[in-house]
Write a protein that binds this ligand. Sequence first.
Ligand code: PEP
Ligand code: MG
Length: 880
Amino acid sequence: QKWVYGFGAGQNDGRAEMRNLLGGKGANLAEMASIGLPVPPGFTITTEVCTYYYQHEKQYPPELQAQMDEALARIEQAVGLRFGDESKPLLVSVRSGARVSMPGMMDTVLNLGLNDRTVEGLAAASGDPRFAWDSYRRFIQMYGSVVLGVDHHRFEEIIEEAKITRGVSEDTALTADDWRQVVAEYKAMVEEVLKQPFPQDPQQQLQGAIGAVFGSWMNQRANTYRRLHDIPADWGTAVNVQAMVFGNMGEDCATGVCFTRDPSTGEDIFYGEYLINAQGEDVVAGIRTPQPMSEARAKPGERSMEAAMPAAYAELVDVRSKLEKHYADMQDIEFTVQQNKLYMLQTRNGKRTAAASLKIAVDMAREGLIDQTEAVRRVAPQSLDQLLHPTLDPKAPRKVLTKGLPASPGAACGVVVFSADEAETRAAKGESVILVRIETSPEDIHGMHAAKGILTTRGGMTSHAAVVARGMGRPCVAGAGGIVVDYHSQQLSAGGQVVQGGETITLDGATGEVFLGAVAMVEPKLSGDFATLMGWADSVRRLKIRANAETPLDADTARKFGAEGIGLCRTEHMFFDPERIGAVRQMIMSESEGGRRDALAKLLPFQRKDFIELFRIMAGLPVTIRLLDPPLHEFLPHREEELAEVADTLGADLATMKRRAADLSEANPMLGHRGCRLGVTYPEIYEMQARAIFEAAIETAKETGKAPVPEIMIPLVAMKKELELTRAQVDKVAKEVFAEAGMTIEYLVGTMIELPRACLTADSIAEAADFFSFGTNDLTQTTFGLSRDDAGKFLPYYVDKGILPKDPFVSLDPDGVGALVRIAKDKGRGVKPDLKLGICGEHGGDPASIAFCESVGLDYVSCSPYRVPVARLAAAQAAL
Ligand code: PEP
Ligand code: MG
């Protein structure tokens, strides 16, 4: 079996498509080498070796060593140096590379192959002893901390002391001899800590680094990251071993990280940072300030790569366009310039904000790099969420606290917390929090998730906080150096202003500004690229998208977002209004039909007005109105004064009221007297609602000349008889109203399918129904026998332990609930081939569930107004 794939040394065994086997980094190095880009030669140890390693008690496949030796020999030949050679040593980098990039794992060891003798060879060969000794100390430091596990502070202390003794403040002021001394101290310290000398044998160093990469695949941080991102542990990681090139050999050397387009806005400019005379980690470490790539982006005092190294820059610009043409996507690249010669060290599809993702997809389709369908495929539906969220109101008053880097766009407001754990606990209680850290690390991911926004005082646009926040869609201001954070006293200060933990601040991730207190925000614009992409999505989707809405505001929002009707109007939400709740309670507490009818008569005009407004806003689009569903006790007064008030209007005494309230309480209200069971036992309720609907429809028809087609929906039906009975009530009211008005309108009566029995007998129920709407909230609850109101307490544990892949109330369970949906569809359409089918549970806004609905062949999904664009795009992708 082939365990090792070479690249760049005249033979490229891998391709970009082999990412599962070679990891993202390895596959793309091979691809870049094969299209003729300058890639230092190297080889990739496959992810299968990682899997083998964990299946065989951390042993490697027996053929591995020979294959590695051969690959290493090919590198030696290509560059004319030998690994371990004392006069002209080959040095290599060792990097991990999983299928998807994964923080938390061992990342990189550079300069591997240096020891007490090869360092002299490097000094002589390069003619630069300072460079050689600096490289050696970097190697000991990296290898010592990431492979041998020595605390990195121990190394930093030694450098700090060296600087103090020499009376210098910058690393760059240390000489070759200083570094030689630091190396000696490093080695002594490592030996003291590990009770073993620092490994001198390059082969042993290489084994150690490879073992550390594989070992880190199963460390706790990597496990946490995998869990948060649904990455299976058996994917494994690859290891890349590559000839070193040096960005730190002098002023004609550099290293940089950049994006082929702006990852925040999507703008078509070369975006990134580089440093002259530096090695990879210097750019991210934030010790020196990286400089911009293009002269156009350089601020006063900055020196762009374009100005400093015009030849290498021109070559890089050429690589940039080759890469974009080849991958047809925005790339995130790493490069090094060694003595004015450019080398490519990495390329991958760049992470980007939702706004950038949208702009890049639309621009690339216009440029002809991709087609419109591909553009639709490119944008993650969930990410649209970010674009639909507010930004700061430009006119709102504000008090600037400080300014940092605009690391991830969007505005966020919340209380200051200083730890990821606190962010998580306070967010769980419903608070909006801003996580403030000096810098973030992979241990903070859960807190970044929980926070509305992230603020750091250190680190640049490519720092951990910036990259992760952009990926998560959290607004982020990074590197706000004007802020001093004191974790101990739980406060931050900037320019003499002190903010305590728990006080409110506002971030603008688009400008980098931080404000004291809360600043007003405005709704996002839905024009431009957003509208263009949505148009392309609409042209390929089959599923219709409706919204769950009952208030005029929600209905308006839904229309603005492109809803094609209302799929669920929960009429009970209209009953809680202070003007109405009294009449609702009066109705509930009445023990006679007459009393209930009196109370319902008071509600009728309110309901009629509600429906008129909805019909107007939805102008001719379908509106599905569900008759009363929840158990009546949900409307009961909680306080004694309220109970007394109801008693008063009914002319009853408090004791009677209390008894009636007690009568209404149920042990299992969600399985109790609710849904159509109310309509069956108190027909006057549904009669009033039906009357309000028909009168409203007629009034709208008279007023606008266009009659709405109400779709009246009966909830929680388990048996055909229930639907027949309630439907008969509705039809009777329709006749009466039409006679009174002297006109008729079209209407449908259908049912929600939210009980397993309804699915299993859907053929019989369909005979009485004009449509089905799957209420997958209740259907999930009743299929699993899981309370939708309480399961949140332990479902995360189930997901954690892999008992359930996802929370079934968020993403439809295809095997159980989905199987019932399919049965209901088959049985229903078996009886009525064009029975209209929709879904109105929360799942209607979840992309994976929408894909399921497409595969079943439903007619529409209905979701909350803010999810409508997400659903439009997800439905388009499901249809492709
Ligand atoms: C459902 O059960 O899926 C549904 C939409 O109804 P509700 O959430 O109001 O119970
Ligand atoms: Mg329901």
